[in-house]
Structures are given as structure tokens and as C-alpha cells.
Ligand binder design. Structure first.
Ligand code: G
Ligand code: G
Ligand code: MN
Ligand code: NA
Length: 265
């Protein structure tokens, strides 16, 4: 089971691992990666997070799991920096880490993030924490206070799965969010050239509106799930800043990231 897989008392969970999906900027350079957890189950093989994150969240196991993800992602970034002599990228590479609502609400979350960065000697600017609307909408004042503490330290924030929740937009004015991640479902809309229902709107209209709004709010925009040249072209023409998806790469094991980056530059 997940609890055993986590080996919570041991230094490292034996059956968890991270893959890293490249994020590419509009100049075609590697901007950063998103860390995505997998459970390497002894019988079932690699289990994607969709199959166990909800259970981990409900049971509270997401807290030790999330702490491990943060530490392992930060350590991987440090290892890439050492291995590449920092030379592979035009700018410092960003490590994006998903943070669950329960993990974010832990009283020691801010201290743990700062301690992890210090332990590894990482610049806080290279860490981007991905929060979902459910985190930010839950308790705006408490969320704002925590985000501001981390922001003072240098940590960046992305709003994940943007546009799929039911929360109001008003929090966007208040929170220190650097990157808005457009959900894959909106990117898929680009392929539909015409309205899909009588009287419906042009499919890509929401993407264009989201990008304009984000830029007005001084946020950069990342599109998730970019799979085709047509999607990329449309997103670029609409002013989207960063792209992530199978068109560039699926999530990669740690050892394949630097070879992938050097082979495409
Ligand atoms: O890799 P995959 O596309 O299957 O990931 C599905 C979702 O699982 C991601 O969109 C993300 O929201 C979630 N997820 C992946 N890794 C983590 C993690 O380390 N922590 C949390 N809380 N969620 C994660
Ligand atoms: O945090 P988030 O839920 O956004 O994680 C992204 C998820 O989407 C991961 O599970 C990843 O494996 C998946 N994914 C990433 N790129 C693509 C893509 O181009 N197409 C599809 N269908 N899924 C993708
Ligand atoms: Mn994410
Ligand atoms: Na997402």
C-alpha cells in the first residue's frame, strides 16, 4: 500500500520517483521543468499520480509524500547544475513542484521550503510552487500570508489547471502569482476551427482572453498539454510565454534531462 511504499520512517521512500517534463520559452530555450511523481509499484509497475494523489490527500500521506517530492526535486536540480556547470541554459532553470492543499496548509510549510533550499544551497528564485485554485480559494487571507512570506524569500508561484475550477477571479488581484498555467483542455480547443454548437463561440477565444488578462496582471502564461505544431503556432501568435507538452517531450527520468537538453540545442 501507499503507506508502506512511502516508508515514512526511512530516509527516502523506496517506491516513489520523479519524472521531469521540460518547459520551453518562446525563443525555444529550456525554461524549466515540472516535477511529476510516479509510484513504482512492485507488481503493477509505474503508477501515474492521478491514481494515488487523491488517496494520499484524503489519508494525509500527501504531507510526507509532498515533503519528499520537494526535497528530491530540489536535489535533482542541484545535481543538474553541478553536472552541467550551469552552462546548458540561457537562464537559471526553474524547478516547478506541485503542492497539494493539505501540504500547503501545514503550519511548518514555509519553514520547510526555506530549510530545503538552504540545505541544498539552491537559489529560491529557481523554485516555482504550483498551487491550484482550490488552495488559493480556500482561505484567501491565510494563503496570502504564506505566499508573501515565501515570496519575500524569493520563491515563485504558478497557478495550476487555471480555468477548470469554479472559484471567482478576484483572488488573482491579490496573490503574488508569477505564472498562470492554462489547462490542457483549453489547448485542445485550438484544434476545433469552428464553434462546436450552434451559436457557440470560436474555440480559441478563451485562450486569447486568458493570455491578455494574465499579461495585464503582470503574470507570464504557460500552456499545458501542447501536442501539435498547430497548437504551438496559435499559442505563440496569441502571446503565450512558455509551453509544456508532448510536442516537446513527455516527462523524463532525471538522467535523461541533460542529454535531452544538449541534443536539441
Ligand atoms: O504525470 P501526470 O500527468 O499523470 O500528473 C497528473 C497530475 O498529478 C498532475 O497534473 C499533478 O496535478 C499531480 N501531481 C503530479 N505530481 C505531483 C506531486 O508531486 N504532488 C502533488 N500534490 N500532485 C502531483
Ligand atoms: O500538474 P498537471 O496535472 O498539469 O500535470 C500535467 C499532466 O499532464 C501530467 O500527468 C503529464 O504527464 C500530462 N501531460 C503532459 N503533457 C501532456 C500532453 O502534451 N498531452 C497529454 N495528453 N498529457 C500531457
Ligand atoms: Mn502541475
Ligand atoms: Na496542470
Amino acid at each position: 500500500d501507499l503507506k508502506a511504499a512511502l516508508h515514512i520512517t526511512a530516509p527516502a521512500p523506496q517506491e516513489l520517483l520523479l519524472h521531469y517534463q521540460p518547459q520551453i520559452n518562446a525563443q525555444g530555450q529550456l525554461h524549466g521543468v515540472e516535477a511529476l511523481v510516479r509510484w513504482n509499484h512492485p507488481q503493477q509497475g509505474l503508477i501515474p499520480p492521478g491514481a494515488f494523489i487523491a488517496e494520499a490527500e484524503a489519508s494525509g500521506l500527501i504531507v510526507p509524500l509532498g515533503n519528499w517530492v520537494l526535497l528530491e526535486a530540489a536535489a535533482a536540480l542541484r545535481r543538474w547544475q553541478t553536472e552541467s556547470g550551469h552552462a546548458t541554459w540561457a537562464q537559471p532553470l526553474t524547478m516547478a513542484v506541485n503542492v497539494s492543499p493539505r501540504q500547503f496548509r501545514e503550519p511548518d510549510f514555509v519553514d520547510r521550503v526555506c530549510a530545503t533550499l538552504e540545505q541544498l544551497g539552491l537559489n529560491a528564485l529557481s523554485l516555482e510552487l504550483e498551487l491550484t485554485e482550490s488552495v488559493v480559494a480556500d482561505d484567501l487571507e491565510a494563503t496570502l500570508a504564506k505566499m508573501q512570506l515565501l515570496r519575500q524569500y524569493g520563491v515563485r508561484f504558478a497557478l495550476d489547471d487555471f480555468g477548470t475550477g469554479y472559484s471567482s477571479l478576484s483572488y488573482l488581484k491579490h496573490l503574488p502569482i508569477d505564472t498562470l498555467k492554462i489547462d490542457r483542455s483549453f489547448v485542445m480547443d485550438i484544434d476545433a476551427q469552428a464553434p462546436t454548437s450552434p451559436g457557440g463561440k470560436r474555440p480559441a477565444v478563451l485562450i486569447e482572453a486568458i493570455i491578455a488578462m494574465a499579461h495585464q496582471l503582470n503574470m507570464q502564461v504557460l500552456a499545458e498539454g501542447v501536442e501539435t505544431p498547430a497548437q504551438l503556432a496559435h499559442l505563440k501568435a496569441s502571446g503565450c510565454d512558455i509551453f509544456q507538452g508532448y510536442f516537446f517531450s513527455k516527462p523524463l527520468p532525471e538522467g535523461l534531462l541533460l542529454p535531452w537538453a544538449s541534443q536539441r540545442s
